[in-house]
Design a protein around this ligand. Sequence first.
Ligand code: BES
Ligand code: ZN
Length: 851
Amino acid sequence: MIKTKRQSIRLPKSILPLRYKLTIRPDLESFTFSGQEIIYINIKKPITSITLHAKDLDIETVEIFQKDNSQFASKINYNTKSETTTFYFKNKTRIGKAKLSIIFSGIINDSLRGFYRSRYEINGITKHIATTQFEATDARRAFPCFDEPAHKAIFDVSLIIPNEHTAISNTLPIKIAPHEAGYKIVSFSPTPKMSTYLLAFIIGDFEYIENHTKNNVKVRVFTTHGKKHQAKFALEVAIKSLEFYEEYFNIPYPLKTLDMIAIPDFESGAMENWGAITYRETAILVDENHTALPNKQWVALVIAHEIAHQWFGNLVTMHWWTDLWLNEGFASYIEYLAIDHIFPNWKIWNHFMISDHNVALSLDGLKNSHPIEVKVNHPNEINEIFDKISYSKGAAIIRMLAKYLGEETFRTGLHYYLKKHSFKNTSTINLWESLEKVSGKPVGQIMKTWTRQTGYPLISINPNIHNSDTIEIKQERFLVNRAVRKETPQNNLWTIPLEINNEKILLKQKKIEINNNFIGKINKGENAFIRVNYTIDQLNLIKNDILENKLSPIDRLAIIRDLFALAEGGYIKTSFVLEYTLIYRNETEYMVWSEISQGISKIHNLIALEKFNQKYQKYVLNLFTPLANKKGFEPKVKENHEDVFLRNLSIAKSGIYGDQKIINQAQILFKERLKKSINKDIRGSIYQIVASNGNEKEWATFEKLYKEEKMQEEKDRLARALASFKDKNLLSKTLNFALSNNVRIQDSPFMIIAVWQNVYGRDIAWSFVKNNWTNLNKKYGQGGHFINKLLSPLENHIAIKDIIDIDKFFSKNTTPGAERALEQAKEKIITNASWVKADKLDIERWLNKNF
Ligand code: BES
Ligand code: ZN
């Protein structure tokens, strides 16, 4: 069980902020800043103290003005636990409007949160950017404020900066005036009424490109010097996305400009600050010669995601973080709609199945998952829920609802919701109310079964032993851990919009009987967020549909996806799914192969160090080598989007699982890369194949390349290569390299994770993390979501003894905000261990028989 009995630490509701006049003067040499603000507030009852959020700030003076009175705070108290500061006044204030004037200072930190610095080099000269990342609760590190999403206010930002620097904020400057020697003061026009977490200011030396939408919104993309040519694609996608959403939501974008800024050091992928979206470089920059297609696609999706937030999140904001999913789940859904519109040839919804829908099903199969609407108080708990449940499950159930209501009704409902709540805050229920109003359907009734309880249903379709004219459809919670399943009472029910035999029903009951005219796969198109457990007979029927190409790619994918999960959970034998994959030999769609390859990796993770792994490799190659041979190494003239993905996947799998011809070819391409550069779309895989078959020499080459490389995307590929060796000493070197000055703070965790995910690096990476915990926790802990990412490879461990180790370690090293992630990891380890125990022999026998 998770022990998080943190008391509520919300601000009192007796004082409301209306407007902030905020002036910040950053010093990019000492990495400090001074600030001054006037907060216009509304006092609802007489008070002698005011509590605001503040963290790592020094507050010099506080004065309150009311009518003709003013008084200084007689005492200033800091409460580091609740991240607040309280100002005490001798005389009770009156009810009504007041001005609070505060002078303060702080540091421009290097922990990627609050007001922080980013470092880069131009021609050997070190330069800095000062920038902000406030979501979820870090505006309080930059200025004392009411740092809760419901406390919306108007912001007038002024920045005092050196003449040669550029300042960017949510709106455009209205005035740039000379300040003292060498400095200017840039004053931005007032923002709309908005939450603190969406404020941003960025100071540095940038170049940019710009264009405008058909409704004349100016869109600009800022990069550090020498990179603006990589901003073109982002600018195009941003303009098209903005235009798409203006039309789709039927509400104009309320600002005059949309700026997007590429920041060399960035914690997450991107942040939707209103009018000033910040990005990690790999989430925005595209170099037509070097950016691989999946990366380019990622850039497009991230941009569409952040721009969607300008409405869903910024214009209408959740009341409290419990409803974070409204922001993130929705944006994670609608980004696909926008990209599908902009790039119809990409068939982007297929990618939704392999990067969101399936991921959500996996995580939510754990008992230690959580409901979409989840109670949170402390910042650590808030940061913890920026996870696959809020994002991917959120997106999947929105998709389910949109399909159920019909996309046009859904859209009308969204318009109604956004219009009604513009510049205000909402809870989940408000969205359901709007959709109910326009559709006349019981949206709230249906959806609360999906957002308020953990997990999702496994539908089983069973013959009726008493009456062969009917079959029974039953729902129960899917739980992947067989031990947990046995001891968990099955009393959850979901209301499922379900398609069976081309008929749409709303399944609410535990069991129903329907006519036995079974025609194959149910839930066509995978609209409902469920898994299905068919009988062997039914699977035999479905097998024919697959072979005769009667099922859509999404449906073919779903069948094999669920079989892998059912094997993992012990509902069926693993040999069954292995055998079933052989049906897919002639599969042509990338998304299906991608799903199969994910399933194959999971099983490989269990048995990689077993002797019979050799046979497993044979089995994998039996599937992937013909594909790799068919796709070849060279792009074909007339190939589609998916083919590029499939070429890369088939080369990667064949090479990694030991196809000698592919390995040789990869090594040749690598050796000759200076004569002929390796095609961008397979370059990452070539590196990994070379590394996984390489030694010291290759390690040194990759290290050198990493150090010299300027492009972040290429650096990421090289990082993965450095993590793909088999030799433990080399992997140890990679781990040390990850924490050296050669690797950015934003990138070290990913390098460590990559080693940890490599079966040969598993134990040394875990030891490394334990040995360097103080350092890692200092850099990434304290509620950062990095720490949960960093710990995620624990879920690949398969030995029960590791659980004892984890418990022992974290009982000494408490890690607030990682509690749930650790419980999830342990549940996964037990799942893995029982899977191996139950099916190792079964897998070995099947392999012996077939390979
Ligand atoms: N609002 C988030 C950024 C964020 C993430 C802030 C975590 C605070 C904590 C942003 O909209 C986002 O979701 N970014 C994603 C990319 C997106 C395409 C899924 C990210 O950064 O990974
Ligand atoms: Zn988001």
